[in-house]
Ligand binder design. Structure first.
Ligand SMILES: Cc1cc2nc3c(=O)[nH]c(=O)nc-3n(C[C@H](O)[C@H](O)[C@H](O)COP(=O)(O)OP(=O)(O)OC[C@H]3O[C@@H](n4cnc5c(N)ncnc54)[C@H](O)[C@@H]3O)c2cc1C
Ligand SMILES: NC(=O)c1ccc[n+]([C@@H]2O[C@H](COP(=O)([O-])OP(=O)(O)OC[C@H]3O[C@@H](n4cnc5c(N)ncnc54)[C@H](OP(=O)(O)O)[C@@H]3O)[C@@H](O)[C@H]2O)c1
Length: 253
């Protein structure tokens, strides 16, 4: 891999959410441009080899630094090294950002309702979008559903409240929908496709999914994406292609 495609950035802070989830910020070169929802390709030198992986940017396009939210995969070629980062660690950053899980993919932002549905670290691109004033201007209702296994994995719950305070001024239509699948006490503890199929999801949201009014974005576990797509299609929603249609997706593996 040609190193010329990369700049070398420095880790500025690290937050550990659990033994297999952490976030970090790093320097952002002025030349690194991205749209909320896009991903960067970041790398580490491991035994003299550059190992690179895709990472959605959590931070806002307006921030001076870049933030990422990471899983630790046991024996993962990348994350079993990335997990040891500390302030000052050097990270390779590919100079261009990638990806089409952005609001720009919808030709008309008019369908009023934006549904952002994530599992695990798949919440990352949605956190960036919520820190972009455009989303609050373009959509009357915004729903963020975030499915994790246990309460301690619900990283960023406080940050979501802070984002609302800063970005959603005057906006009355946001609803956070936490789903904690392995907590029998949680208000919502079934998987997203089941919640949609049974109507519990819309009941909790207090709003309906519909082909006329909904833009729906799915991100994270590929099986969740597949199963949720089927549940949404059964309600008449359509895949977004060439700007038309409701559903846009990003698979993390
Ligand atoms: C477009 C895109 C954006 C991505 N953004 C992020 C991100 O913001 N944060 C992030 O942690 N990962 C993200 N990923 C996944 C990331 O690229 C790596 O797969 C992850 O860092 C693990 O790397 P690894 O080499 O340790 O294991 P890999 O060999 O890459 O993965 C091994 C296995 O671990 C599991 N796995 C991989 N990634 C995840 C994950 N995120 N959550 C749960 N299980 C996982 C899967 O079962 C996978 O088969 C993204 C992937 C894509 C394609
Ligand atoms: N302590 C640990 O070492 C530890 C702890 C947790 C995870 N892990 C490992 O980390 C990896 C990723 O874990 P993760 O929890 O971030 O990701 P994940 O397995 O994708 O789970 C995140 C959320 O997605 C849900 N989900 C999974 N498949 C789905 C589907 N088909 N449809 C709808 N929802 C679905 C999960 O529900 P369900 O709960 O119903 O699956 C959970 O709420 C796994 O390989 C796991 O083994 C390790």
């Amino acid at each position: 891999m040609s190193l010329e495609k990369f700049t070398i950035e420095t880790v500025l802070s690290v937050t550990r959410w659990s033994d297999h989830l952490f976030s970090f910020t790093m320097t952002r070169p002025a030349s690194f441009k991205f749209t909320a929802g896009q991903f960067a390709r970041i790398g580490l030198s491991v035994d003299g080899e550059l190992v690179v992986r895709a990472y959605s940017v959590v931070s806002s396009p307006y921030d001076d630094t870049l933030e990422f939210f990471s899983i630790v995969v046991p024996n993962g070629a990348f994350t079993s090294h990335l997990k040891d980062l500390t302030v000052g660690t050097e990270i390779y950053l590919e100079k261009v950002a990638y990806g089409f899980l952005t609001l720009a993919r919808y030709q008309s932002p008019q369908p009023q309702d934006l549904w952002l549905l994530a599992t695990g670290t798949g919440v990352a691109p949605f956190l960036s979008m919520l820190q972009d004033f455009a989303v609050w201007k373009d959509y009357q209702h915004i729903f963020l559903a975030y499915s994790v296994r246990t309460p301690e994995e619900l990283a960023y719950a406080d940050k979501i409240q802070q984002i609302l305070e800063v970005f959603s001024e005057g906006h009355q239509g946001f609803k956070f929908i936490p789903i904690i699948t392995r907590d029998p006490e949680a208000v919502l503890n079934q998987r997203l496709p089941t919640l949609i199929e049974t109507g519990r999801f819309e009941e909790f949201a207090g709003h309906c999914l519909s082909v006329e009014t909904s833009h729906v974005m799915l991100c994270g576990n590929p099986q969740m994406v597949e199963d949720t797509k089927s549940a949404l299609k059964a309600k008449g929603l359509l895949m977004n292609r060439r700007g038309e249609g409701n559903i846009a997706v990003e698979n993390y593996w």
